[in-house]
Design a protein around this ligand. Structure first.
Ligand code: FUB
Ligand code: ZN
Length: 653
């Protein structure tokens, strides 16, 4: 049967199969809207977003800043622009987060708010499709001149929001606004042969979404065109003329020739995500080869143990290889969100679990750290140590992070499962229910787990067909090594933990492929797959090039990185030395920080008097907590990399 799909523009009916390109990607993600997340751990985070983060976004977008007023003024063509030139993007990202959240947490008030904003956005769009409140209120004669000024970045977020809101509500006002803007950009640049280098990539991945949504080749071509513009000396504006730093936005050389990660971390992550999306359709090995090289440079030489990236504040991005300071680590929340995006795409293209290992690490540590337990406070940068001067904020002048973490958490279901021609892939162990079409039948799964606190997961088959289907279970890389590559490794003697699978109570042997256990069967309703991913505290040490972590050890439990925070340890987190022989006790504490496993260990604690003079030593039990929950009890000391030698002690009186 030929499937027809309504095109967004012109309302033509065109067979979708005739328009879409054959895909190169091995796996397709199972969309979050098909996955119902039942997980104890993640439900709490998703509720925090639905109840805390979205309210913060509304308060700051509409009441405490002029973001919505800018659209109102642009609609009447009169008034002073308030805020920064990229602020429109925060409105779009908030609507996108609302759309994902509404799918799981219907909320009439939030939907009404989104509809109201969308009406104002639509009213502000110019007849030629252009939409940017900054230039509409400060002078349209200057539009499309400085390539750093985020006009296309804002358009990208508009497109993502338009698709998300349409998918959840079936309302297409915002999507149509986005399509008109995309068409304006296409005719102004690609069709007119006018060069344009995006100064903040984002539009590429958004156009690929639009391509998949509409089936219109034009958007794929435009996404590819944007990527191909880079590295050819076309850049104009602040980055190129004032800063003289095209590497900042990965424009030093053409994307396919790039070998090293450079510049701004969020720009890089969004760009490689877009390049992976293009490569998945065009089968362009040039992009794939470049991304393999860049990925290794990021993960093997430039990634924190938390999965955070972008060590430097000066460029909000990458610095020198192996230079990863802890207390001043920038690690922007948005960059970790970008790591999740890019690693998912790499996993889809290759079917290799190492990308999911990195995704899981960035998600559970560096990204989640950006969000307070209540969902109403945010970290922009996510340091790995603090002398007590870091604190999540209610909002930021540049407010990209709150809505970014909100849209990620609200769409978490996107990352759990994927499918291929004859297989269902389980990527993350997160309690959920799903039905996945495979081999023209449907496989229903119900996953139950206490991950990340316990390493046993049960998947029950809730629906099956007659044909055998392969279920591929990710074997977490952290069972044998903390991360891919040799930037971090478990201390000798830590051993590796085995991955075991039982089907209906019987241990099964399985083939392993690219880090997945492959189970092929004719599944029956009621079949139970038990997965054992033993979790224990492991001591992690760093590559010797990483000077900041010399004589230090980090504690890892499953994918979770732990830290010591003053709040659990008489307000001190830097006054002890972790003995080589430390024994760890793991305890689930339901009443602490939303319910967490704490790690206790004995250590020599050093005390100084108020003048910082006499030192005394006592043997005490130290409590460590998962990094992502620190700073939910006010400011205080914290560190991830624990000293194993007195040389590293830095005791604050
Ligand atoms: O420029 C838009 C966003 O603001 C970037 O992605 C963030 O790094 C922040 O600079
Ligand atoms: Zn950000």
């Amino acid at each position: 049967m030929i499937q027809f799909r309504q095109l967004a523009v012109g309302f033509l009916l065109v067979p979708f199969s005739a328009m879409a390109q054959p895909s190169f990607q091995k796996l397709s993600p199972v969309n979050f809207s098909k996955v119902s997340v039942t997980d104890n751990f993640w439900k709490g985070r998703m509720e925090a977003v639905a109840n805390g983060t979205l309210d913060a976004c509304v308060l700051y977008t509409e009441n405490k800043t002029g973001r919505i007023r800018n659209f109102e003024k642009a609609a009447i063509g009169n008034g002073e622009h308030e805020g920064i030139y990229y602020d429109d993007s925060d409105v779009y990202k908030a609507i996108e987060a609302m759309a994902y959240s509404l799918k799981n947490h219907p909320d009439a008030e939030i939907e009404k708010k989104a509809d109201d904003w969308i009406r104002k956005i639509a009213a502000a769009q110019l007849p030629d499709g252009y939409l940017n409140t900054y230039y509409q209120l400060t002078g349209l004669d200057k539009r499309w001149l400085d390539m750093e000024r985020h006009e296309d970045y804002c358009a990208g977020h508009l497109i993502e929001a338009g698709i998300a809101y349409y998918n959840t509500t079936g309302k297409r006002v915002l999507l149509d606004v986005a399509i008109r803007f995309a068409d304006h950009i296409d005719s102004t640049f690609r069709m007119a042969d006018r060069p344009w280098v995006s100064g903040h990539q984002e539009i590429e991945l958004a156009l690929m979404r639009l391509y998949h949504h509409t089936g219109q080749r034009r958007y794929l071509d435009l996404a590819q065109w944007f990527l191909e513009q880079r590295g050819r000396g076309y850049g104009k504006g602040k980055i190129w003329e004032e800063w003289k730093d095209p590497d900042y936005c990965q424009d030093g050389i053409p994307v396919k020739e790039q070998k090293e990660i450079t510049g701004h971390a969020v720009r890089a992550m969004y760009m490689y995500t877009g390049a992976a999306d293009v490569a998945a359709v065009t089968r362009d090995s040039g992009y794939m080869n470049a991304m393999h090289r860049i990925w290794e440079d990021v993960v093997y030489r430039n990634m924190y143990i938390t999965g955070g990236i972008g060590a430097q504040g000066t460029n909000e991005g990458f610095g020198k290889d192996y230079d990863l300071p802890n207390e001043t680590a920038y690690c922007e929340t948005c960059a970790s969100v970008g790591m999740v995006f890019w690693n998912q795409r790499m996993n889809m293209l290759t079917g290799d679990s190492k990308y999911m290992d990195v995704l899981e690490r960035s998600l559970y540590n560096a990204a989640l750290d950006g969000l307070s337990l209540q969902g109403d406070r945010f970290f922009y940068g996510n340091p790995l140590a603090s002398s007590g001067n870091h604190q999540r904020s209610e909002w930021f002048g540049t407010a990209c992070c709150p809505s970014n973490i909100a849209r990620l958490v609200a769409s978490l279901g996107n990352y759990i499962y994927s499918s291929s021609e004859d297989a269902v892939w389980v990527n993350l162990y997160i309690g959920s229910e799903v039905k996945i079409p495979v081999k023209k039948q449907s496989l229903g799964l119900s996953m139950q787990t206490e991950f990340p606190w316990k390493g046993t997961t049960t998947i029950t088959v809730t629906e099956s067909g007659r044909l055998p289907v392969s279920v591929r279970l990710r074997i977490p890389g952290w069972l044998s090594a903390p991360v891919p590559g040799d930037l971090y490794r478990y201390e000798e003697g830590a051993g590796t933990s085995s991955f075991e699978v039982l089907v209906n109570g019987q241990p099964v042997k399985f083939a392993e492929e690219n880090g997945y256990a492959v189970l092929v069967r004719k599944w029956k309703k009621g079949d139970r797959i038990e997965i054992k991913t033993p979790m224990e505290v492991k001591r992690v040490i760093s590559h010797s090039g990483l000077k900041q972590n010399a004589d230090r050890v980090a504690l890892q439990y499953g994918p979770l990185v732990y830290c010591v925070e003053g709040a659990d340890n008489a307000n001190k987190a830097m006054n002890f030395v972790l003995p080589a022989s430390s024994k760890f006790s793991v305890q689930y504490e339901a009443g602490k920080l939303g319910g967490i496993n704490t790690i206790g260990f004995d250590a020599n604690v050093f005390d100084v008097d108020a003048e910082g003079q006499s030192i005394s030593t006592v043997h005490k039990t130290i409590t460590a907590i998962p990094y992502f929950v620190w700073n939910n009890r006010g400011k205080g000391e914290m560190q991830i990399w624990l000293p194993t030698s007195v040389r590293q002690l830095k005791i604050n009186p």
